[in-house]
Design a protein around this ligand. Structure first.
Ligand SMILES: *[C@@H]1O[C@H](CO)[C@@H](O)[C@H](O)[C@H]1NC(C)=O
Ligand SMILES: *[C@@H]1O[C@H](CO)[C@@H](O)[C@H](O)[C@H]1NC(C)=O
Ligand SMILES: *[C@@H]1O[C@H](CO)[C@@H](O)[C@H](O)[C@H]1NC(C)=O
Ligand SMILES: *[C@@H]1O[C@H](CO)[C@@H](O)[C@H](O)[C@H]1NC(C)=O
Ligand SMILES: *[C@@H]1O[C@H](CO)[C@@H](O)[C@H](O)[C@H]1NC(C)=O
Length: 563
């Protein structure tokens, strides 16, 4: 009698084939039905015992729960028993690519958040973000190529990503006097300032008449030279030091040295009345010894200083002079090369000659601008110049945009006779470009007007989800605002259509298709333009769109200056 042996928590049932009876454990129990019927918690139902979005797993005498795919337990473990409040929550982070490239996802109670991985930076929002809600995303940090500062050159760069390092050094002819020689691409996508300070070498210190100098041949900024008067002269005042300053120039020593007449000449049979001064203008009176009388002329000797005839400089003429000052000028057809144009009679009685040099050719010739961006010239060099330093300054202005100024300064040193330098000149701008030969203190200037380039100024646009198509226009710097406009064309799709974006006459002048005309200068940094909002833009009707029709929406940026 099988039924008599059934477990208390089993029921006796007919066999399916009708050949007898069997003991089956009751619902909620598992076992052999006769000696063993164990309670199975999971039979109670996963939802009841484990909670929502779970699977229940039975074990000997107990059970455990796991979360369904797409969910994760709130205790962050692989399995759980809900007796401590653990439950399954949706895990958005398991959706591949939810946060986008370069982002990491963090699951939150009923939500999630994204943040950028190292080397990436958030765009279009702030961290933490949800890309579906905020349009934010992570982009790889790219500092782009670093630009060397004045008088520096880029030695090496490890890349343009976050943490990349660029090394700089001073241009030839300049010395490193301070600051750091490296720059790092930071988390904001900018290169840190290398701060490298490069200064020009001063070259040879000035020569001062009647003096000797003590110099250790160092011509880096901060070096000094000491001057002292030559034998036969003595120091009457002024500064006896010259310092190499950071502009690469020695400061002028102002030391003046006077003649020292020494002891007066002796005259036989006479005594001298002398106060022991032997500077210019000092006097000595002679008196004959007793028993002698004066048979000559005068009884006095004066310590004098006479400069004599005016000094002559090559290729120059004298403009004006008196006995102590001479002003020189280069002859016609010659250019002053360097130095002062004044000769002065010094206390020592010698001309302190003008240092002016007059040379036939100017140091910069045949200055021209090529391809609206590169300046070229011929550099004349003279014996003592092994290298010549040039300063290039440029300044741009626009008639149609008074607030616009584009200024810049570049240094270069070169031994070449033909020099070229390319500048980043902006379009539709009048530029004045000056080249200064620093050692010669000569400046040549050229003007040029850049043209309006064929490609229109850059525009970013983006269409985002809304009931009506909306263009989000974001404006870049230098969009030639006052002479630029946006045109929006809305064209129903009817078979094959031709639209020539570069066609200036046709579509601008057949406004039949234009829906809106927007002055770029009224856009500000950003503009949301909703197609078909029924308003007028620049005199054009932004007509509502018809339901169920397909349209092309074309945005064109146009710049026009004069013709
Ligand atoms: C049979 O089930 C009841 C209630 O589910 C339980 O109280 C009892 O202990 C079970 N008996 C045995 C022998 O397992
Ligand atoms: C950069 O500076 C460091 C010390 O500040 C120096 O050791 C290193 O040689 C410099 N690198 C170059 C390329 O000049
Ligand atoms: C010469 O001219 C200079 C400058 O005008 C003046 O200072 C100086 O006294 C003049 N010297 C003589 C000797 O006339
Ligand atoms: C450049 O200067 C010329 C002459 O003054 C002027 O006619 C022209 O409009 C200027 N161009 C710009 C872009 O300012
Ligand atoms: C354009 O729309 C976007 C998305 O709705 C918004 O974030 C932005 O602030 C809007 N810009 C302007 C200028 O209204």
């Amino acid at each position: 009698d099988v039924c008599g042996t059934c477990h208390i928590n089993a029921t006796c049932e007919d066999k399916a084939d009708g050949t007898g009876k069997v003991c089956n454990c009751k619902y909620g129990f598992v076992g052999n039905g006769r000696t063993y019927c164990q309670k199975d918690e999971c039979q109670i139902g996963a939802q009841k015992i484990c909670g929502q979005h779970t699977t229940c797993h039975n074990t000997h005498g107990s059970y455990y729960c796991t979360c369904l795919s797409g969910y994760s337990p709130s205790n962050s473990m692989a399995v759980f028993i809900p007796n401590d409040g653990t439950h399954c929550q949706i895990d958005e982070c398991r959706v591949a690519g939810l946060c986008g490239d370069g982002a990491q996802c963090r699951n939150l109670e009923g939500s999630y958040e994204c943040s950028c991985l190292p080397g990436y930076r958030v765009h279009g929002g702030t961290e933490p973000f949800q890309p579906h809600r905020e349009n934010a995303s992570c982009r790889v940090i790219d500092c782009s190529q670093p630009a060397p500062a004045e008088a520096t050159v880029l030695l090496s760069v490890t890349g343009t990503m976050h943490g990349s390092v660029a090394m700089f050094s001073c241009e030839q002819g300049f010395v490193w006097t301070g600051g750091d020689n490296s720059s790092v691409c930071d988390a904001d996508g900018r290169w840190t300032e290398p701060g490298l300070v490069c200064e020009t070498l001063c070259g040879n210190p000035p020569v001062l008449e009647l003096t000797e100098r003590v110099w250790n041949s160092d011509s880096t900024p901060g070096s000094t030279v000491h001057y002292y008067c030559k034998e036969g002269f003595y120091h009457t005042g002024g500064l006896n030091v010259s310092v190499c300053n950071k502009d690469g120039q020695w400061s002028l020593p102002t030391l003046s040295c006077q003649v020292d007449c020494g002891g007066p000449p002796p005259i036989p049979h006479s005594v001298i009345l002398w106060y022991n001064f032997s500077t210019v203008g000092s006097r000595v009176v002679y008196r004959c010894n007793s028993g002698y009388r004066n048979v000559g002329e005068g009884n006095m000797s004066v310590c004098t200083a006479k400069c004599g005839p005016v000094p002559v400089l090559a290729n120059s003429e004298v403009v004006w002079h008196n006995r102590s000052v001479v002003i020189h000028r280069c002859l016609r057809g010659f250019h002053s090369w360097r130095g002062s144009n004044v000769s002065m009679c010094s206390h020592s009685g010698l001309w302190q000659k003008a240092t002016l040099r007059c040379i036939k050719k100017p140091p910069i010739t045949e200055l021209l601008v090529l391809h609206e961006k590169c300046v070229h010239w011929n550099a004349e060099k003279y014996e003592e110049d092994t290298q010549s330093y040039k300063q290039v300054t440029y300044m741009g202005s626009r008639d149609f945009q008074k607030s616009f100024h584009d200024k810049g300064k570049r240094f270069l040193s070169s031994k070449a006779e033909q020099v070229g330098l390319c500048l980043n000149l902006l379009p539709v701008t009048n530029y004045s470009i000056s080249i200064t030969a620093l050692s010669a203190r000569f400046t040549a200037t050229i003007s040029t007007c850049t043209s309006l380039p064929p490609p229109a100024p850059l525009v970013f646009y983006r269409e985002f989800d809304s009931l009506v198509p909306t263009l989000r226009l974001r404006r870049l710097a230098n969009t030639l605002d006052p002479i630029s406009l946006y045109q929006v064309f809305v064209l129903p799709i009817e078979g094959l259509m031709m639209f020539d974006c570069s066609d200036r006459s046709g579509n601008i002048k057949s406004p039949g298709h234009i829906t809106a005309l927007i002055d770029v200068r009224h856009v500000g940094a950003e503009l949301n333009f909703t197609v078909g909002d029924g308003l007028f833009y620049g005199g054009f009707f932004n007509a509502p769109l018809k339901n169920g029709r397909n349209y092309y929406i074309i945005l064109r940026a146009v710049s026009q200056w004069k013709t």
